[in-house]
Design a protein around this ligand. Structure first.
Ligand code: ADP
Ligand code: MG
Length: 725
């Protein structure tokens, strides 16, 4: 490997204190980081058009940038403006359409000598067209020679204050020839040949400076393969929990377990009974349990976890239940604490809201040596991971909505607690191949059966033209005593240039509807939850409308959620905050705005928020744009109710990104380790990369004989601290 790669970014010309700090904000510290800082899009400068195209709608109204070849026809003139500004102005002729363009630059007098009469350039920028006169201000330009092709695709990088696109392009230009000449290919020749992959050097060169579309695609394919390969290796070596002995043996007899079952207001389903038996068997061993409970939202995982907790406590030990949000933790506490108390089990809730005094009391009673007064169960958020939390006799750690946590948090929890048994719950069906890599170390109990009497949530896909009918439908459902969720996509302003038609997103050729996802025209403006709630309240004055969004303080959020659960709010408008496990059985209508912006699995999760009680429930997906691709995609929701089938569809359409981390929970995304792979919607490439990784790990589980690869993985996933053990 080239030494240059691990050299500080300061080795590049012009990178000192301020720029170094700016680069650091982009996560770029060493030269390698810069090399792996891929463009987010490409300007399609090869699409050279006659100037007259500027009057076409896309350019005139859309403000899209355009490439055009023109020859300077007048000597540039300098003018002094107010505020010490100067203006350089000249004319250029486009031969193709025989039109003239006025070109101006501000404060760039030195360009005077560049634009000599008769010189030809490829200009790229926004063309204004007013009363038949064309003009461009400060366009990008490259000297043009007839017969010699200029690069068709110009990279556009993610930027930050103090780092311009030009600077990155220049720096990349400096390192590319050196690195691509020196970098050995870490991928064995056999794999490359078998998979028809290009070399790493070629891939890195072409992703930054593509020769043409085909070369760019070849490059992306190779880099995506590498990401999948390394991801599988990282999960297999760094993320997985080893079987540990010395776990507390927890055993209860049938009669004791029956007491728990008798305390429930219902009988367990067959699938729940099997899950409880799996758990009971695991916990009776001194090898720690590593089990995942998977099942669609509403299938009743919580009661299985409660049974496991019961087994631990009846064996004279303690248990912890950790949820990803304080809303969810509080809900578990509200359901479980009374239930446990009726069985003589002491349980408490610990979240960020718990007062210092209460906390002290909880810490004390958790660590108490006296089983007669000791706290048996603690329910909470990540607050459970904090220093003060010490158990006198830990036996079981349960995490809910596992996908919200980092892969290793579960291991940390278990190890911190004397090799406690581990039970994780997830409602996110993950495609099988991906699950094998991410959770291959876990045994799985699948709850594939719903409690009796559940009704199917009827699903509809509509567009904006249904607005009045939707309002009426909200009225009808609330008049009958039901409650309504409205989910809006998170507020996310798009950058100006993303509307640029000439811009080709990095994910453009990824198949599926990744392109549609990247380029959804906004026929309906994104509805910010706050503003949307206000509008809805105005249209439906007789209803109580409230909103929650991710940027609210947890206490405020909890208050609103609590009021909704208590039936004090008719319509709750939110961003996807509610996606996580909240249970309000009285809610019977779920409206999703701009549904095309969500993954199918996310929509499936959202749909699972309703239909939890006895009311007939509905899910209405409102399409705000995205054309036919989005329409077809959303149709899947209308006809499919199987979470696994939906997950497989998602994988094909959007790549694995949605399954890596739905939110702040995991660091896989932030680590940048899956930059291209995240949206790579060819599962076949993923599967093969995974199987090569598995084969390698079988021979060499810790990658001892592949130190560079191991180092690379550790480095890549180091920032994702909490996914490492
Ligand atoms: P999830 O698996 O999504 O976490 P929950 O555990 O929240 O689902 O269960 C959803 C609802 O179903 C709860 O109100 C719970 O009381 C109820 N429930 C669970 N199991 C059964 C069952 N066997 N029969 C009837 N209702 C059940
Ligand atoms: Mg749940």
């Amino acid at each position: 490997m080239s030494r240059l790669l691990s050299a500080s970014i300061e080795t590049l010309s012009g990178v000192g204190g301020a720029r170094k700090a700016a680069y650091a904000r982009l996560g770029i510290h060493v030269v390698r980081d810069l090399l792996y800082h891929f463009p987010r899009a490409y300007e399609n400068r090869g699409d050279v058009r006659p100037l007259t195209d500027a009057s076409m709608d896309a350019y005139a109204e859309g403000g899209a940038k355009m490439a055009t070849v023109m020859t300077v026809s007048t000597e540039p003139r300098r003018a002094r403006l107010k505020n010490r500004m100067t203006l350089l102005k000249f004319r250029a002729v486009d031969d193709r359409s025989n039109t003239v363009c006025e070109i101006s630059f501000f404060n760039q007098d030195y360009l005077h000598s560049t634009f000599t009469v008769g010189a030809t350039f490829r200009f790229y920028g926004k063309v204004e067209c007013r009363r038949g006169t064309y003009s461009m201000t400060a366009p990008a330009f490259e000297p043009y020679v007839e017969g010699i092709d200029l690069p068709p695709l110009y990279p556009v990088y993610p930027l930050t204050q103090g780092i311009s696109n030009k600077l990155i392009t220049t720096h990349i230009g400096q390192i590319l020839p050196v690195v691509t000449a020196q970098t050995e290919d870490p991928l064995p020749e056999e794999i490359r040949a078998a998979e028809g992959l290009c070399t790493l050097g070629y891939a890195l060169r072409e992703i930054h400076a593509p020769t043409d579309f085909e070369a760019l695609h070849t490059a992306k394919r190779r880099l995506a393969f590498d990401e999948f390969y390394r991801f599988a290796l990282a999960m297999g070596t760094l993320g997985h929990t080893a079987r540990r002995t010395g776990a507390p043996v927890c055993r209860v007899d049938d009669a004791t377990l029956q007491q728990f079952l008798d305390s429930l207001p219902y009988a367990l389903t067959g699938a729940q009974r099997r899950a409880v038996e799996d758990v009971r068997r695991d916990m009776a061993s001194d090898t720690s349990m590593n089990r995942m409970l998977v099942g669609d939202v509403g299938c009743g995982k919580t009661v299985c976890a409660a049974a496991a907790i019961y087994v631990a406590v009846k064996s004279g030990r303690q248990a912890a239940l950790m949820a990803p949000t304080s809303i969810l933790a509080a809900q578990h506490a509200a359901d479980l604490i009374p239930q446990f108390e009726s069985l003589g089990i002491r349980a408490a809730l610990l979240t960020g809201h718990t007062t210092a005094a209460q906390k002290r009391k909880i810490y004390e009673t958790l660590a108490s040596a006296d089983p007669a007064t000791r706290l048996d169960v603690i329910i909470g958020t990540q607050a459970l991971l904090s220093e003060g939390v010490r158990f006198a006799a830990p036996a079981l750690v349960v995490t809910d909505e596992q996908h919200r946590f980092g892969v290793n948090q579960r291991a940390t929890l278990s190890e911190k607690n004397g090799n406690a048994h581990l039970l994780v719950m997830s409602a996110t069906p993950i495609p099988r191949t991906l699950a094998l890599v991410m959770y291959g170390d876990l045994d799985v109990s699948r709850i594939n059966e719903m409690p009796p009497g559940r009704q199917r949530v009827d699903t509809f896909v509509v567009d904006e033209s249904y607005r009045a009918r939707l309002d009426a439908f909200i009225r009808k459902n609330t008049a009958e005593g039901g409650q309504v969720y409205v989910v809006c996509p998170a507020v996310e302003e798009r950058e100006e240039d993303e509307r640029d038609d000439a811009l080709i997103p990095l994910f453009a050729d990824f198949g599926g509807d990744a392109l549609a996802m990247a380029e959804i025209p906004h026929e309906t403006p994104l509805k910010a939850a706050v503003q949307y709630a206000a509008e809805l309240a105005e249209r439906l004055p007789e209803l109580t409308v409230a909103f929650v969004h991710g940027q609210m303080k947890p206490a405020e959020k909890d208050k609103v959620m609590g009021d909704f659960a208590a039936g004090k709010i008719h319509v709750l408008v939110s961003t996807t905050v509610i996606e996580v496990g909240v249970n309000v059985p009285n809610a019977c209508l779920m409206l999703v705005e701009n549904a095309e912006r969500f993954g199918l699995s996310q929509l499936h999760q959202l749909r699972g928020r309703v239909g939890r009680g006895t009311r007939k429930s509905y899910c209405v997906l409102i399409r705000g744009g995205g054309g036919d691709a989005a329409k077809a995609r959303l149709e899947v929701m209308r006809t499919t109710y199987d979470g696994y089938q939906i997950a497989e569809q998602d994988l094909i359409q959007r790549g694995p990104g949605d399954f890596l981390a739905s939110s702040e929970g995991s660091g896989i995304r932030q680590s940048g380790g899956m930059r291209l792979a995240e949206r790579w919607s060819d599962p076949a490439l993923m599967d093969r990369a995974f199987s090569y990784a598995r084969a390698l790990l079988e021979d060499d589980p810790d990658l001892r004989s592949h130190p560079e690869l191991r180092a690379e993985i550790e480095r890549m996933y180091a920032d994702a601290g909490h996914i490492l053990n």
